[in-house]
Structure formats: structure tokens, C-alpha cells
Design a protein around this ligand. Structure first.
Ligand code: G3P
Ligand code: MG
Length: 252
């Protein structure tokens, strides 16, 4: 396994604070800011296609009703998911994961977050691991999830793949994570920045787990995380992170 650069600089949902999340302009923003890669959220359509979209339903990003999993790929690809951010992004479409892997997989590190709150999953891990394998990208992705069952299945399917365990202050998700902790050793933990301090860092170092907080969006937070020596930062504002890394002369 080749080492990733430290700190690994990743855009969140591409660069969700600078362009419509999980769209091509957002990916390009992350790249233009010199991020090593970016995070995308992935779900399956009704006909089993992995698509890059965050919410289970389309209300927030495309208006109207409907759940991603109850729509076909063709129907989803007709939606405008850019206008909600700004009219100049009108007409942006939901990308298919394989297009994103094909276009960026060789140059950038992709953090592929598998969405699936259902503890029994829906087979998403099989489809995604197969796409990554076919393209020879096992060593340049992280597969992350809030769902430890999905991560367990990924590890069983492909033990060489890096797994990222996502954290948020949700008591149910936290409980599930605690039950699974003894069975899962991820490559990296992705907490929210408020969870990260010296003690947290020391605990993860002892376990050999890398720390890559997400939602690191304010300047002070960025500086604090860099100062603590996190191994990665996932931000909605890659341009700002680039500036801070460059000004602080932190290694990039
Ligand atoms: O990188 C982890 C982060 O993406 C998890 O939260 O809701 O933005 O997918 P969310
Ligand atoms: Mg995500």
C-alpha cells in the first residue's frame, strides 16, 4: 500500500461550499485548489446504478419529491441539481460513480462514502468495490461510511482497500459504532472537528488509526486541525484550506 500524502487534503462533496455539492464543477474546484482528492457520497438507484448524491430524497437539491432509491438512473440524470446552489449552475446533473472514477481516479484520491442507513445494506458495497477493482484503483481510494455493517462487508470483499469510519453526533449511529468497534479496525476515522483534541489524537495514534476530520470549514478550525497533526482534512472550502496550508507552510 503506497502512503498517502500527509496531511491529505480532500474536498467535501467535491467542494460543496464553492459549487453545487457532488457535481463536476465542485470536483473541478477541488482539483483547481490543489486538493489531493475529494469525497463523494454514493447511493444506488432503483435499477442498481451507483450515483453521486448525498440526500436520500431529492427535495433539497432538485425540488419535488422522490427518493433516489425509487428512481431509475435515466430519471435521475434528467434532474437539475445545480440551480439550488446558484442559477449559473443550472443544468448540472447527478454524476454516475463510474464516470467520476474514470475521470479522476488516476490523478486524485477519492473518498467514496457509501450511504445506507439500513443495517442490512443493499449490496452497494459489491457494486462499488467491483467498479474500483475493474479500474485498478484499490490503492487510490478510501471507502468510507457511517454504517459499520457496510464497512465490514467491504473489508470482507476486498481486505486491501482503505476504510474510513465516519462519525457524527447522532446517538443512534454512535451506539451502533460502539457495538461494532471490536470487529472493525478502519484505516482512518473521520470525526467532526469538535471531537478532535490532543487526547483523541493520542488514542488513535496508539491504535494506528489515521484521523481525517470532515466539515473543517472555518479558518480557525483548519489551523487547529493542522496544528494537532491530523493525517487528513475534509473541507467544503478547498480554496480556503489551500490558502491556510500555503501560508502556514504546512506540508502539502
Ligand atoms: O466525510 C464524511 C462526511 O461526508 C459525512 O457526512 O453527511 O456530509 O455525508 P455527510
Ligand atoms: Mg459524505
Amino acid at each position: 500500500m503506497t502512503d498517502f500524502p500527509t496531511p491529505l487534503l480532500l474536498g467535501h462533496r467535491g467542494a460543496g461550499g464553492e459549487a453545487p455539492e457532488n457535481t463536476w464543477p465542485a470536483f473541478e474546484k477541488a482539483k483547481a485548489a490543489g486538493m489531493h482528492g475529494f469525497e463523494v457520497d454514493v447511493m444506488l438507484t432503483r435499477d442498481g446504478a451507483p450515483v453521486v448524491v448525498h440526500d436520500m430524497t431529492l427535495h433539497r437539491i432538485a425540488g419535488g419529491r422522490g427518493a433516489v432509491k425509487s428512481m431509475t438512473l435515466a430519471a435521475l440524470e434528467r434532474l437539475d441539481v445545480g440551480s439550488h446552489f446558484h442559477p449559473r449552475f443550472a443544468g448540472e446533473r447527478i454524476p454516475r460513480l463510474e464516470e467520476v472514477l474514470d475521470y479522476y481516479g488516476k490523478d486524485m484520491i477519492l473518498d467514496v462514502e457509501l450511504k445506507g442507513p439500513n443495517p442490512f445494506c443493499e449490496g452497494i458495497e459489491k457494486v462499488v468495490v467491483a467498479l474500483i477493482r475493474e479500474r485498478g484503483l484499490i490503492d487510490s481510494v478510501i471507502i468510507s461510511s457511517f454504517n459499520p455493517v457496510i464497512l465490514k462487508r467491504v473489508a470482507a470483499l476486498e481486505p486491501r482497500i482503505r476504510m474510513g469510519s465516519n462519525y457524527i453526533s447522532d446517538p443512534i449511529l454512535l451506539l451502533r459504532r460502539i457495538w461494532f468497534a471490536p470487529f472493525l479496525k478502519p484505516y482512518s476515522k473521520h470525526p467532526q472537528p469538535y471531537q478532535v483534541d490532543e487526547e483523541y489524537m493520542a488514542r488513535q495514534r496508539k491504535r494506528g488509526i489515521k484521523v481525517m476530520p470532515w466539515g473543517v470549514n472555518g479558518e480557525e478550525e483548519m489551523k487547529r486541525m493542522l496544528g494537532l497533526g491530523v493525517e487528513g482534512i475534509i473541507t467544503d472550502h478547498p480554496a480556503k484550506l489551500r490558502e491556510i496550508v500555503d501560508n502556514g507552510k504546512a506540508p502539502a
